[in-house]
Write a protein that binds this ligand. Structure first.
Ligand code: ATP
Length: 326
């Protein structure tokens, strides 16, 4: 097994004028979970497409399990699985028949033992004869992961694995995803725009924005580099930025629409000083944030991860469409 499951040098993808991925360097050690965290359109899915050979590189090179994605596309395909954000299951088939179909598509000879092992692992064995249309969104996702594991890949790409799932189902899937990494020895690259998901699952995270890696490290390293608290302040009367800058402990002042975002050494020390500046009845909102991946994102991009975004509930949408058709 190659020590680096995934590697890229100056990986770049342009779609006409749009630079979806811009000179990205990547190293993912074998056996780890790596997270790409970023807003819609940051370039996360394009990175998966480049690494799986679904779309050609415009510039740079990339390797999967030591194989060059352009020179050895078949070797790469044999070693990767992809759990797409979209639904890929056939609703009219049972769980077992979906696995059978996957085995046919991949021309796998010996697949039944592995399929049983996977269904048991994902607690779907008792439902193997049930049609997928009767499955909950969480059961569907587990079956999709099982399909991706059927040919025993070394690396699995998971594109927004828990998008649109409720918090309990999401947490349940996190346990299964950790298990896929530990018990099946598979390297995982997952994309997400849920900060708590990246924090909970990934040993290494790259924060992406506009096709670039804007920060990279372990969750702890990323939080550590901030070494600051953030105070969000909204008041009914205008306060000059200069006045805020002069408050001892305030390192930076940014305007956020009608609110202010202050980067401070310690919120505990700065808040009393700040409050003494303001008339209490003018304060609409004060919010303190300690270092987190959210504040790292805020720090490196100047925006919140979910700012101005309407995260689509894709899976629930598909599920509702399917149910409406029945
Ligand atoms: P999301 O979470 O919304 O899927 P993402 O981070 O995965 O976002 P990508 O899907 O990789 O982002 O898209 C990155 C950029 O490339 C976007 O500006 C997108 O519009 C553009 N893009 C992606 N695929 C194509 C394509 N086939 N043709 C033209 N532009 C594309």
């Amino acid at each position: 097994m190659s020590p680096e499951a995934l590697k890229a040098e100056s990986m770049t993808k342009r779609y006409g004028e749009v630079v979806a991925v811009d000179h990205v360097d990547l190293r993912v050690p074998s056996g780890s979970i790596f997270g790409l965290l970023g807003p819609n359109g940051a370039g996360k899915t394009t990175i998966i497409k480049l690494l799986t050979g679904l779309t050609p590189l415009t510039e740079g090179r990339a390797w999967v399990a030591g194989y060059d994605v352009e020179a050895k596309p078949l070797e790469v395909k044999r070693r990767v699985g992809w759990v797409a954000a979209e639904v890929i299951l056939d609703d009219d088939l049972s769980a077992w028949e979906n696995l059978w179909l996957q085995a046919k598509l991949q021309r796998l000879e010996e697949w039944k033992g592995r399929a049983e092992q996977l269904l048991r692992y994902f607690s779907l064995w008792d439902r193997r004869q049930s049609r997928v249309r009767e499955f909950s969104t969480g059961m569907r996702k587990k079956l999709e992961i099982a399909l991706a594991l059927l040919h025993q890949p070394e690396v699995i790409f998971m594109d927004e694995p828990t998008i649109g799932l409720d918090p309990n189902t999401r947490r349940m899937l996190w346990d299964f995803i950790r298990g896929v990494n530990r018990e099946f020895g598979v390297t995982l690259l997952l994309t997400t725009h849920y900060i708590e998901e990246a924090d909970a699952l990934c040993q290494q995270i790259a924060i992406m924005d506009h096709g670039h890696f804007v920060a990279q490290g372990t969750p702890a390293e990323l939080k550590c580099r901030i070494q600051a608290d953030f105070i969000e302040l909204e008041t009914s009367e205008t306060i000059p930025a200069e006045q805020l800058r002069e408050v001892p402990g305030v390192r930076e002042v940014r305007s956020q629409g009608r609110a202010w975002l202050l980067r401070v050494g310690s919120a505990e020390e700065t808040l009393p000083r700040l409050l003494s500046l303001l008339r209490p009845e003018t304060i609409r909102r004060i919010h303190v944030e300690k270092p987190s991946l959210e504040t790292v994102f805020l720090d490196v991009t100047g925006r919140r991860l979910d700012e101005g975004e309407d995260v689509p509930d894709i899976r629930k949408f598909y599920l509702n469409v399917r149910r409406a058709r029945q």
